[in-house]
Ligand binder design. Structure first.
Ligand code: SF4
Length: 226
């Protein structure tokens, strides 16, 4: 489901971006995170509640509400009515869920509609086939939780977005996410920055951020390998 093609989401870090939500069809996000069905859309991401938690998405207040509006109130238009996205605001692909849970053809429709600016992240880079990698790494970042993991993903051709502890040093091929609290440019939004868009652009550096969000403590434990 795509929301906020008009109107801005209330997220200070993200800013004014449209949002693509990847959700189960029959199970609500609230139910999915408690019974483990979120695996269908989040794969083996270690920040899933069932695997210990740490995900920064506040499911009950975000994806669950979108799912409810979609499934119970039929609030959204069919994909066939997708407008021309040539001059559209940037899109956050994966406001909840992993882009690789959706067939490539679905995302291609957005690019065919002219989408030119976006951010996207996948933790499924670990299991992607060579063919999948070639397609997805052009426009999605590999989500990583250690410098070793990031190096492995980079060796496979991905740009990486690494969650790190404050005590983990930045690697020479990384820059600090400009929206991060630890960044001197803190206050820049993803809508302005949107460099987390895979390998298709001029930006080649990878991105790192100190674990943040409401589940900070658990996220830090996952990143710290506890
Ligand atoms: S590097 Fe830019 S696009 Fe990526 S998360 Fe940070 S602010 Fe957003």
């Amino acid at each position: 489901v795509i929301t906020h093609l008009r109107g801005a989401p209330q997220n200070a870090k993200i800013g004014d971006m449209s949002q693509a939500w990847i959700m189960p069809v029959e199970t609500s996000p609230n139910e999915a995170v408690s019974n483990g069905d979120d695996e269908a859309v989040c794969g083996s991401c270690q920040f899933r509640p069932a695997l210990g938690g740490g995900c920064y998405v506040q499911v009950p207040f975000t994806s669950h509400r979108v799912w409810w509006a979609w499934q119970k109130f039929g609030s959204y238009k069919p994909i066939e009515q997708l407008p021309d996205l040539t001059d559209a605001k940037p899109m956050r692909i994966g406001a909840w869920g992993d882009p690789m849970a959706v067939p490539a053809e679905a995302w291609q429709r957005l690019f065919d509609a002219g989408l030119g600016r976006w951010t996207a992240y996948t933790s499924q880079w670990t299991t992607a086939s060579e063919v999948e990698r070639a397609w997805w790494q052009r426009w999605a970042m590999a989500s990583c939780k250690s410098a070793e993991e990031a190096a492995e993903a980079q060796a496979l051709g991905w740009r990486t977005y690494r969650a790190r502890l404050e005590t983990d040093p930045l690697q020479p091929n990384e820059l600090v996410c400009p929206a991060a609290e630890e960044s001197p440019s803190h206050g820049v939004t993803c809508a302005k920055c949107h460099i987390c868009d895979g390998v298709s652009r001029r930006i080649r550096k990878n991105v790192a951020i100190v674990v943040h969000g409401r589940s900070h403590a658990r996220g830090a434990a996952v990143v710290g390998g506890q």
